[in-house]
Each structure stands twice: as C-alpha cells, then as structure tokens.
Design a protein around this ligand. Structure first.
Ligand SMILES: [Zn+2]
Length: 232
C-alpha cells in the first residue's frame, strides 16, 4: 500500500477492449467508503494536468440512456474526449446514485418530480433526504495510486473541484462538459444551474417564465478550453 491508502488486495488491473479502444481497468475497493469503484485509464497517464472525469454512478442515465438527466451523455462525451486526446482517466464512482441517496430514493424523487412538479433539489428535501452526500475521496485515492498529481477536470460543478483539492489532487483547470439540453432534461439542468450552482452557460440566461428555453449546444462534445480553477 502506498500513500494513496488502497490495500493491495483491494485493487486489480487488466486491459479492457472497448468500442472506443483499449483501456486499462483499475478496479478497487475504497478503504473509506468500502464501495467497489472503477478507473478507466487510456494511454500513458500524465502525472500533471491529466485529463480526468470523475463520474458519479447513475444506472438510469449511464446504462439505460435515460433522458431526464445528462449523466449518460456526459459519460460518453468524457470517454470520447479522453480517447481523442490520447490519454486520460475516467473514475467511475459507485454508491453515488441520486447524489448519494441511493437508487430507491432517487426513483422516489422522480415520482415527486413527475407528479408534483418538484425539482431535483426539492424532491429530495421534501423526503427528508440530503441534496448531496457524495464524497470524492475515493477518486482522489485512485488518482494518487495512478501517480496523478494534478488534473484538468471535466466538470461543470465547482463543488467537485473543491472536494478533489481537499483530498490532495490539484485541479489545474476545469474543462466544461456541456451536453445538449432536451425537453426531458431541461428542468433538471436548469435546477442544477440555478439551485446547485453548476456552470451551464449553454442553457442561456434565465428568463422569468421561460425557463424551458434551451440554447444550442454541441451534443456529446466537451467544450475545449481551460477556464482556470473553480469559480462559479
Ligand atoms: Zn443521471
């Protein structure tokens, strides 16, 4: 065990041939949250400013391509960007369903969203559930295991930057990961922007009473360019 904290018996690596190319899979059991997570490594891992996505598990979006959230599109876009660059790491964190409330509770919030028009925040709080319980320590630990010291993080969420930096991974830049809004996810995306502080400039400026107006976006393509650390 190195300073990353993951025990040797809790980690296994193998090549994984995918439709996009061959990745190195690093499966590990985290010593703190005890979940089994996965890192997908493409190409030679850069120690500094590695292109990284830390992705929270979303069974409905990632596996079944649900359109009520943008998780599946972001997962695809992040993997495409890593392969396009020729190297990078995607950390897939389990136990993060519904920002940590679990799958049953998440689907219960969907009922409240559909039947009562609550947004992604209120539908959790009305059930007495926290809005976000995710911990990103496991991602930081596997990045340290891989020798990564600083990252260009594909994310729209400045909380994730603060979390990784709190666990000792420097975020050299944030790379926006914007996916096209549609009629099914626009309310979810708007709530993420307006209530959770995500940086989603492609949604346009909110107009009172016209929050369903989606602006153009590039489907499945992360917007290139460094925006510096953190911020809004
Ligand atoms: Zn999702």
């Amino acid at each position: 065990m190195g300073d990353h904290g993951i025990e040797d018996e809790d980690i296994a690596e193998a090549d994984l041939v995918t439709r996009r190319g061959t990745f190195r899979t690093v499966a590990f059991r985290d010593p703190v949250d005890r979940n089994e997570h996965l890192a997908l490594v493409f190409g030679e891992t850069a120690r500094e400013e590695a292109l990284v996505r830390v992705h929270s598990e979303c069974v409905t979006g990632d596996i079944f391509a649900a359109m009520r959230c943008e998780c599946g599109d972001q997962l695809d876009a992040a993997l495409d960007a890593i392969v396009h660059e020729g190297s990078g790491v995607l950390v897939y964190l389990r136990g993060h369903e519904g920002r940590g409330i679990g799958l049953v509770a998440k689907v219960r919030t969907h009922m409240l969203q559909d039947d009562h028009g609550l947004d992604t925040v209120d539908s959790a709080t009305v059930l007495g559930l926290p809005v976000d319980t995710r911990d990103f320590g496991a991602a930081a630990r596997v990045l340290k295991y891989l020798g990564v010291r600083s990252v260009r993080l594909m994310s729209n969420n400045s909380d994730k930057i603060r979390a990784l930096e709190g666990h000792g991974i420097r975020v050299a830049a944030r790379v926006p990961l914007l996916v096209k809004a549609n009629e099914h996810n626009i309310r979810y995306l708007t709530a993420k922007r307006d209530r959770l502080g995500h940086d989603l400039p492609h949604l346009g400026t909110p107009v009172p009473g016209h929050q369903g107006t989606a602006a153009a976006g590039h489907p499945g393509t992360p917007v290139a360019g460094h925006q510096g650390t953190a911020g809004g």
